[in-house]
Design a protein around this ligand. Structure first.
Ligand code: HEM
Length: 295
C-alpha cells in the first residue's frame, strides 16, 4: 500500500478507536454506578437494577452498541498494531502528536489484550448466566404460613394473585403446583413459566407474576467461593490495574485522534482523563475485594 493510503486508513482506524473508546468510557461509568449497589445497596436494589438493565428496550439498544464498540475497538486495535509494526515511525509520529512514550502508551496493545480476555471471561461468568442460564436462582424469601409452617415465597415486582408460589426442594416451581391451580380454577388459570422469571396465564397472556433473577447471589457466590473466590478477586484487581493503565494513555489520546486537542482545554482533558483512569478502575477493584473479604 502507498504511504499516504496507509496513513489515511490508519487515521480512520484511530478515529474509530477513539469514538468507540470514549463510548466505552461512558459505559464504564454507568456500569460502575450500577455495580456500586453491590456495596451500598440492598440485594433487592441490585436485582431490580439487573432486571431493568436486561428488559428495558433503550438499555438493550445501548447494550448492543456496547458489544459492537468492544468488537470494533479490539479489531481496530489489532489492525493498527500490525500496521504500525510494519510502517513505524510514520503512523505513530503523524497521528499522535503529543503521545509520550511512558509505560502505558508503549503497551496499549498488551493492556488492551488483557482487558479483552477479562471482558470475555467476565461476560461468560455473569452476563451469560443472567441471559441464558435456565437454572439461574430466583429471588425468594421465607414466610410463615397460616398454620405456622415455613414456606418459600418468590419475590418479584408484580404482586401475585396467588398467596405464594410453592417451590420444590430444588427451589423451582413444581409442575404439580401448576396442575393444582388449573384444577382448582377449573382451567381458568393455565400457568406457564416464560423467560425463566415470568409466570403467565396462557389463557389470556396475563403476566401473573414477574420474579427477579438473583444476580446479587450469583455475584457474591462467585467472589466468595471457597476454592476460586480469592483467585478471581485477585485476577479482577489485576485486570483493573491493566484497565487503569490503558485509560491513562487512551483517554487523552482519544481526544487527540478526534482532533479535539484545543490548547485551551488540553490540560483539563488530560487531568480529567487521569482522574478517570485512577478513580474508575480503583472503585471497580474495591467491589470484588469488598465482597470477598466481608464474608
Ligand atoms: C469489577 C467489578 C465488576 C463487577 C462486579 C461486574 C459485574 C457485572 C455483572 C453482574 C454483569 C451482568 C449484568 C447483566 O447482564 O445485566 C456484568 C456485565 C458486563 N460487564 Fe461487568 N462487572 C465489573 C467490571 C467490569 C469491567 C471493568 C468491564 C469492562 C472493562 C465490564 C464489562 C461488562 C460488560 C461489557 C457486560 C455486559 C453488559 C451488557 O450486557 O450491557 N465489567 N458485569
Amino acid at each position: 500500500m502507498a504511504k499516504s493510503a496507509l496513513l489515511k486508513s490508519s487515521i480512520a482506524k484511530k478515529y474509530w478507536m477513539a469514538l468507540t473508546g470514549l463510548f466505552l468510557c461512558l459505559f464504564l461509568a454507568g456500569h460502575l454506578a450500577g455495580n456500586l449497589q453491590l456495596i451500598f445497596g440492598s440485594s433487592q436494589d441490585f436485582n431490580e437494577y439487573a432486571l431493568f438493565m436486561t428488559s428495558n428496550p433503550a438499555v438493550k439498544l445501548l447494550s448492543y452498541v456496547t458489544y459492537i464498540s468492544i468488537i470494533f475497538h479490539a479489531i481496530d486495535g489489532i489492525l493498527l498494531t500490525i500496521q504500525n509494526k510494519k510502517a513505524r515511525p510514520v503512523a505513530y509520529a503523524k497521528n499522535s502528536p503529543g503521545a509520550n512514550s511512558g509505560f502505558a502508551s508503549r503497551n496499549m496493545a498488551v493492556l488492551g489484550t488483557v482487558i479483552l480476555v477479562f471482558i470475555v471471561t467476565h461476560m461468560i461468568n455473569f452476563w451469560a448466566k443472567m441471559h441464558f442460564d435456565e437454572n439461574m436462582p430466583l429471588v425468594q424469601k421465607e414466610i410463615v404460613g397460616q398454620t405456622g409452617e415455613k414456606q418459600i415465597q418468590l419475590v418479584g415486582n408484580k404482586d401475585s394473585q396467588m398467596d405464594y408460589f410453592q417451590l420444590d426442594e430444588s427451589g423451582k416451581l413444581s409442575k404439580e403446583f401448576f396442575e393444582n391451580i388449573k384444577i382448582q380454577t377449573q382451567g381458568q388459570y393455565l400457568l406457564e413459566i416464560k423467560d425463566v422469571t415470568k409466570i403467565v396465564n396462557t389463557k389470556d397472556g396475563e403476566v401473573i407474576f414477574q420474579g427477579y433473577k438473583d444476580l446479587h447471589k450469583i455475584t457474591f457466590d462467585f467472589f466468595r467461593d471457597a476454592k476460586t473466590g480469592l483467585l478471581f478477586t485477585l485476577l479482577y484487581v489485576l485486570a483493573m490495574l491493566a484497565l487503569g493503565f490503558h485509560l491513562w494513555h487512551g483517554f487523552a489520546s482519544a481526544f487527540q485522534s478526534l482532533g479535539l486537542n484545543n490548547p485551551k482545554f488540553n490540560a483539563g482533558i488530560k487531568f480529567f482523563g487521569r482522574a478517570f483512569s485512577v478513580v474508575v478502575p480503583l472503585l471497580f477493584a474495591i467491589i470484588p475485594l469488598y465482597i470477598h473479604f466481608t464474608k
